[in-house]
Design a protein around this ligand. Structure first.
Ligand code: PMP
Length: 305
């Protein structure tokens, strides 16, 4: 099935969306990206985008930080994505990759006096962490300090650091890296936030622990409260707490809710998927596919019925 992109203000076949090698963002990582899932509901023959607006609001926040001016509002970015998905006409889980970037074909490290551009494309995409239970390690690569590069927005160049952590982890036999903050507290995975279950309560690093404030993280906090009556404590977490938590799981658009069975060769709980993790996984899976009427305002249908 051919895919399409929205590129330079037009819908074009994905293969035709090409940039020049001199594009400034390619050299200095001066771009903001997003990752959005469209979840296929076979029974309804429908794709639901999950929390589309929130993703585009975060994209525009990143643009504000990197001084990228886009000529589109959040609503317009949503509308473009819906039209693009209708054109692609996939009948499976899809992934949307918007990218706002410094587009001048000019070298020089800077943000000013550079033009901006925007591209978004869609590809079919299934599982990201391809195991039922992840084995993780604490990475020697740390998250950036806010005064190095703000970690709370998706700056493309920052992800070289996450790639260092991920490849070290995978090539050492783990599924994912857990990165610490510059001051040594638990921060997050290379593309996911992290939750611990301690004494039956959810605990997750606070926004000031150099995390990307995930939209899945926010959803899980709300679902845990509304559906299971569980509060989430947002606070700094010591590395040692990882090893003795009853349950650990990762959350992200790509990774959904992924249980963690092992960290640094220490089994978490009994090494099986924990009870709270299992419940949240199930609730989340129904919500993102538009199967829970209470959360339909988080779901944007692609196809007109
Ligand atoms: N942290 C990092 C570093 C990420 O790249 C992501 C993926 N966007 C997340 C956390 C999870 O965020 P979200 O739930 O919004 O996908």
């Amino acid at each position: 099935m051919p895919s399409y992109a929205f590129f330079k203000n037009k819908y074009v076949p994905l293969a035709e969306a090409k940039i020049n090698v001199m594009t400034q963002a390619l050299h200095y990582g001066t771009a903001i990206f997003e990752g959005i899932r469209g979840n296929w509901n076979a029974k309804q023959q429908q794709i639901y985008f999950f929390r589309l607006k929130e993703h585009y609001q975060r994209l525009l926040n990143g643009c504000q930080v990197l001084r990228i001016k886009l000529p589109y509002s959040v609503d317009e970015l949503c509308q473009i994505t819906i039209e693009l998905a209708q054109k692609c006409a996939f009948e499976e889980d899809i992934y949307v990759r918007p990218l706002a970037y410094k587009s001048s074909e000019a070298l020089g490290v800077r943000l000013h006096d550079i033009s901006d551009d925007y591209v978004v494309f869609i590809i079919p995409w299934g599982r990201y962490i391809d195991v039922d239970k992840a084995r993780c390690c604490v990475s020697s690569w740390r998250r950036p300090d806010d005064n190095v590069a703000p970690p709370q927005v998706k700056i493309m160049g920052n992800y070289a650091s996450n790639a260092l952590a991920k490849s070290d982890a995978v090539e050492s036999g783990f599924d994912e890296a857990i990165m610490l903050s510059p001051d040594g507290y638990v921060s997050e995975g290379s593309g996911e936030n992290i939750f611990l279950v301690i004494d039956g309560k959810l605990v997750t690093p606070a926004t000031y622990n150099n995390i990307l404030p995930g939209i899945t993280r926010d959803s899980v906090i709300k679902l845990a409260k509304n559906e299971l009556g569980l509060e989430t404590i947002e606070r700094p977490i010591n590395r040692g707490e990882l090893y003795i938590a009853q349950e650990v799981f990762l959350t992200g658009t790509a990774a959904h809710v992924t249980p963690v069975a092992e960290i640094d060769h220490r089994q978490i709980g009994n090494g099986e998927i924990g009870e709270i993790t299992k419940k949240l996984q199930k609730i989340y899976a129904e919500v993102i596919r538009g199967n829970n009427p209470k959360y339909l305002d988080w779901c944007t249908p692609v196809y007109k019925k």
